[in-house]
Design a binder for this molecule. Structure first.
Ligand SMILES: NC(=O)C1=CN([C@@H]2O[C@H](COP(=O)(O)OP(=O)(O)OC[C@H]3O[C@@H](n4cnc5c(N)ncnc54)[C@H](OP(=O)(O)O)[C@@H]3O)[C@@H](O)[C@H]2O)C=CC1
Ligand SMILES: CC(C)CCC[C@@H](C)[C@H]1CC=C2C3=C(CC[C@@]21C)[C@@]1(C)CC[C@H](O)C[C@@H]1CC3
Length: 447
């Protein structure tokens, strides 16, 4: 995922430029299908070939497409229900701020209630695991189609609506935009917000906050259909395991509980997503659309998929040890995220007022003690520790369930590098000082 410079440009393109983007557009869906196939195979080899390649008949199912569209429709409807709060996003280029409903947790609870009603009325939830392959196929097709519509929409969007980054349109400190055609280009020229390569722009996305009325597509996709869909798939795998074996295993219950906690936590702290680089910086293109709706539900449920086909007996001592690891990871993840969010909202809040800070030229401050004085991304460390706990529920006989830990570590290392660049641009010398005071990025004394 090394950055390459576009010809004549001053801003490097990400993910290896157009070639890398094209390769990822093939590789990411191929990985989803590979994992779905090997998880149900006897040897469950992460690196081996899948037992057999499915034909179009096994992939294409109109029912799966209908099910996916119905799920999407349900999540859209829940998005429009009255929210406990309407939050404002960060200030945009034209000085306006967008509004976002804070009702993701409510959507999760209502989905659970509707599902409960459905199951008591005879909905065969345990049949869902048999549909994972055609479902993933339908979701992948719609992700391609939807990204194409977004790409076309961005062609007619005003320049003020285009993403400042992800497509080599980073702002330099004097307000012009470092474009792709060599030298600084005028901030209002659309070509400054495009790599000039349709494949790259399709992959990275160009429009920052595409909306259909009040429906903010990026915010919606990042938190609703895929994230809640992940919990639903896990639950369906648990139900099928109970149907096959009389009761769900301890390992399956732990994975379901841990990942439900993770999703519920994200939805409970939904407002925090508004300051992430995905929302404030990246365009909405294939990477995020596919990542949100296909990659998250179908690969993040890998441990539960593996457990259905490869039952593990987990003794109480091992289960307690795994719960302990999960608790440590969650504690670091949640306290670090909350400390920064509280500090950003109100630096004089008693819980953060005593922490040491560095002032920056923007008027904002950086924490240099507490969690953020330990390493520069304590929340990533907590997240990786939790990922390890999820995989440990699957035992140590196979590498496959550890795919998530490996992928996730790579994702966060790459994300940390991108965030570092943004912070260096934003905070300049103050960021360099922070890096000197807190030299390690994610893992104390090592990285
Ligand atoms: N499960 C998954 O697939 C994924 C999970 N995640 C998780 O989502 C959460 C959010 O991650 P992400 O958005 O990447 O990044 P962070 O929440 O770590 O946010 C980074 C931002 O925090 C601010 N910041 C950095 N250092 C300091 C400091 N010392 N003091 C004050 N502010 C600071 C900067 O923004 P500013 O100064 O502008 O406020 C920086 O850009 C994490 O817990 C991560 O683990 C993320 C990606 C994928
Ligand atoms: C397909 C590619 C390999 C990359 C896709 C990336 C996406 C899967 C992730 C980008 C940022 C994400 C965040 C979350 C889920 C994964 C994606 C969408 C969270 C919502 C997970 C829960 C956390 O509490 C907040 C995260 C914010 C970023």
């Amino acid at each position: 995922m090394e950055a390459v410079a576009h010809q004549g440009s001053r801003t490097p393109l990400e993910f290896g430029g157009p070639l890398g983007a094209a390769a990822l557009m093939l590789l990411l869906p191929a990985t989803v299908f590979h994992l779905l196939l090997v998880a149900r195979s006897g040897p469950a080899r992460l690196l081996g070939p899948p037992p057999c390649l499915p034909g179009l008949g096994a992939l294409w199912s109109p029912q799966a497409l209908l099910l996916w569209l119905a799920w999407l429709g349900l999540q859209v409807a829940l998005y429009f229900l009255p929210a406990r709060k309407v939050a404002e996003g960060l200030e945009l280029k034209d000085k306006s701020r967008l509004q976002y409903p804070i009702n993701g947790f409510q959507a999760l609870v209502l989905t659970a209630l509707l599902l409960g009603l459905g199951v008591s009325a005879g909905l065969p939830l345990g049949a869902l695991p048999e549909m994972l392959l055609p479902l993933a196929f339908a979701v992948t097709l719609t992700a391609f189609l939807f990204s194409l519509l977004l790409y076309l929409k961005a062609l007619v969007a005003p320049v003020s609506a285009l993403a400042p980054g992800g497509n080599s349109g980073e702002r330099d400190p004097v307000g012009s935009t470092m474009g792709t055609h060599g030298g600084a280009c005028p901030a209002l020229s659309p070509s400054c917000y495009s790599s000039g390569n349709p494949i790259y722009d399709f992959f990275m996305g160009r429009e920052l906050n595409p909306r259909i009325c009040f429906l903010d597509l990026k915010y919606f996709f990042e938190l609703r259909p895929g994230l809640i869909g992940w919990v639903l798939i896990n639950l369906a795998l648990l139900v099928q395991e109970a149907e096959r074996r009389g009761s769900p295993s301890l390992a399956m219950c732990l994975v379901n509980g841990f990942q439900l906690l993770y999703v519920a936590d994200a939805l409970w702290h939904e407002e925090a997503i508004l300051t992430t680089m995905d929302i404030t910086h990246d365009g909405l293109g294939f990477m995020l659309v596919f990542g949100d709706v296909a990659w998250v539900p179908f690969t993040y449920s890998l441990q539960a998929q593996f457990l259905l086909h490869h039952p593990q007996t987990l003794g109480l001592p091992m289960a307690s040890f795994i719960c302990f690891i999960k608790a440590i990871g969650y504690y670091i993840f949640r306290s670090a995220n909350s400390q920064k969010n509280t500090f950003r909202k109100n630096p004089s809040d008693p819980s953060v007022a005593g922490l040491e800070t560095i002032s920056t030229a923007t008027g904002r401050q950086l924490l240099v003690s507490g969690w953020w004085g330990w390493v520069r991304h304590p929340n990533y460390l907590g997240d990786i520790i939790m990922a390890l706990a999820w995989s440990l529920t699957c035992g140590t006989s196979h590498l496959l369930p550890y795919f998530y830990v490996l992928y996730f570590t790579a994702l966060l290392v790459h994300r940390e590098a991108r965030d570092e660049q943004h912070c260096l641009q934003k905070y300049g010398l103050a960021w360099a000082k922070y890096c000197r005071q807190v030299p390690y990025r994610i893992l104390p004394c090592i990285y």
